[in-house]
Design a binder for this molecule. Structure first.
Ligand SMILES: Nc1nc2c(c(=O)[nH]1)N[C@H]1C(S)=C(S)[C@@H](COP(=O)(O)O)O[C@H]1N2
Ligand SMILES: [Mo]
Length: 330
């Protein structure tokens, strides 16, 4: 029984059959609806959709507008772009990114996440920061975003399943939040936790995983310049399926490290457990750095497939961020 369950939920990690990315543009447009029209006509840059997406509520409006109403922060978007972070590839279509998601709390079916995630109420939302810190605090996420301010960064994203995208995130470095809570010298790792609400998130009834989703980084990783907390994408607040109101972005690691809809951040002295390492330890380790030379147990990691275009590219060591992070693993 247990083994069968395990095999069942391993299947979604296989990228063998994936229709979305092989669908032609016209068919894809028809499927996602008219909201796509303004932004799908080529590589989408945040500047091209400035002001185009209102914060309205609802799945009925489509994948791009699946954003919680009542934002006090609309004036913050779009934010200035930090040009230190450049890409070697076009940005992924916004609609493609918004309709091809991993968010196991809702479903393992990537194309269905955005509709199911519409139920999640992402405002008001509190983030509890605790553990080995001098100044623990429960933040209101909207107030936190306003007080730290936001910038835009273009990052590559590489899922362990070998699909990849390139998107403009809006947010702030995790290091800035960390400064605010003043970790003690005993803090060696950071543990992150997502929400728990099986009534809203049916995937949390699947006991193959221990909910809520939990992840972790070393302090050196957490304070690296690249490590980012995103409140927005494509020049507006995060649609719920991307992990509103606040999600981690760790671009040199496989995507599962980038935990969505964070409720708790805890500073600890020992390496924390993580959801994927606990569920399938032989396939997902704590460090999870993008490495073309280390195959997954069931597939090669030597190349990756860009969602939307379907273009295959060689996987880059540390997802192309060796300059910023290789020293952490020397
Ligand atoms: N809470 C939570 N965070 C999560 C996941 C998840 O299932 N639950 N999936 C991860 C994986 S495997 C990937 S690839 C990215 C996908 O982010 P995106 O849907 O915004 O592209 O989210 C990560 N964060
Ligand atoms: Mo992933």
């Amino acid at each position: 029984m247990l083994i069968q369950r395990a095999q069942g939920w391993r299947i979604p990690a296989s990228e063998a059959t994936d229709e979305t990315v092989f669908m032609n543009r016209r068919a894809f447009l028809a499927k996602v609806g008219a909201t796509a029209v303004t932004t799908i006509a080529g590589p989408v840059f945040a500047s091209a959709c400035r002001g185009a997406v209102p914060a309205t509520n609802g799945a009925a409006m489509g994948p791009l507008t699946n954003i919680q109403t009542g934002s006090p922060n609309l004036d913050l978007y779009p934010s200035h772009r930090n040009t230190a972070y450049t890409l070697d590839r076009p940005l992924t279509d916004e609609v493609v990114a918004a309709t091809y998601n991993n968010f196991y709390e809702f479903t393992t079916a990537k194309e269905k996440v955005w509709r199911l995630a519409a139920k999640l109420q992402t405002r008001p939302w509190t983030l509890e920061v605790s553990g080995l810190v001098a100044k623990p605090k429960v933040f209101d996420v909207d107030a936190l975003v306003r007080s730290l301010g936001i910038q835009e960064r273009l990052y590559r994203h590489r899922c362990v399943e070998a699909w990849a995208m390139a998107v403009p995130w809006s947010g702030f470095p995790l290091a800035e939040l960390i400064k605010n809570v003043a970790p003690t010298s005993r803090a060696k790792f950071v543990r992150f936790e997502s929400f728990l609400d099986p009534g809203t998130a049916p995937g949390q009834k699947d006991h193959a995983f221990h909910w809520p989703y939990y992840e972790g980084l070393s302090m050196a990783e957490a304070t690296n310049e690249l490590t980012f907390l995103a409140s927005g994408i494509y020049g507006h607040e995060l649609p719920k399926q991307h992990g509103a109101p606040l999600r981690l972005v760790v671009p040199w690691k496989y995507g599962f490290k980038s935990i969505k809809s964070i409720t708790k951040i805890e500073f600890v002295d020992k390496q924390p457990h993580t959801l994927w390492s606990d569920a399938v330890p032989e396939e997902y380790d704590f460090v999870a750095n993008v490495r073309p030379d280390i195959p997954h147990r069931r597939w090669s990691q030597a190349s990756e497939r860009m969602i939307g275009s379907g273009k295959r590219r060689p996987t880059l060591r540390y997802n192309g961020y060796a300059e910023q992070v290789a020293h952490l693993y020397a």
